[in-house]
Design a binder for this molecule. Sequence first.
Ligand code: G
Ligand code: MN
Length: 248
Amino acid sequence: MSNDDIKRALDDARLFLVLQPIVSTLTFQPMFYEALLRLRLSDGGIRPAVDFIEAVEGAGLIGAIDRRALDLVVDLLEQHPAFHVALNISSLTTSDFTWLRALDRLTSDRPGLTRRLTVEITETAAITDIDRTQAFVDALKEMGCRVAIDDYGAGHTNFTNLNLLAPDIVKIDRTYTMHAAHAGNERTFVEALIDLSRTLSFETVAEGVETDASAKALADLGVTYLQGYFFGEPGLPQDVLDVGQERS
Ligand code: G
Ligand code: MN
């Protein structure tokens, strides 16, 4: 995918969001949804964010992409007043205060909207410039958003940074959670992280839950929320949220 393809996709509004449910371990019902970015190619094919984000970051286009994702998620929250959504942003965006100002501008006349938005930042973001990331995170919390550290365990955040950022939620990477159903180092790591999170008052999400056994094991270990193909693949908002609405 060339930079021109990506620019054209932005111009043609071919970026869209899909939603994946994040369920409570108490009820196994969706409590919120992770919004994942997709790109519709001109030939009709669809690409997930992992396929183009690195290229976009390299080409200096991530500001425009994360800004579009913000517009999309604000629209979504406005259209569905009962729902809470978690949005991923690039580690580069955590030092981009124009993105924060855009969020502030978009939500200042929409009371309560930021309370239904969680912003997911990746561990790598936390280490490149911790002071700036901390200021960014503090500003998000000030606006009423929740903050989640994504893919925890796969990156490089140390305890000091975790303590400084004080996220509302820690999302435990699937390389650990996928082995939680049986004893071993991965389960020990998950247990330790749940313990730590409880002490520091962070909620936890186990990512990549693909089986019933894994869901039960993680619930028994005391994870707050579960996410993964076992509970639902990412789907179009109208499909995912309508089902959610019927249930509630
Ligand atoms: O980095 P982040 O956790 O935001 O990435 C989410 C990615 O994980 C998405 O591409 C999503 O499709 C994928 N994903 C979601 N649930 C599962 C799962 O149960 N198993 C696997 N292997 N991938 C998943
Ligand atoms: Mn994420």
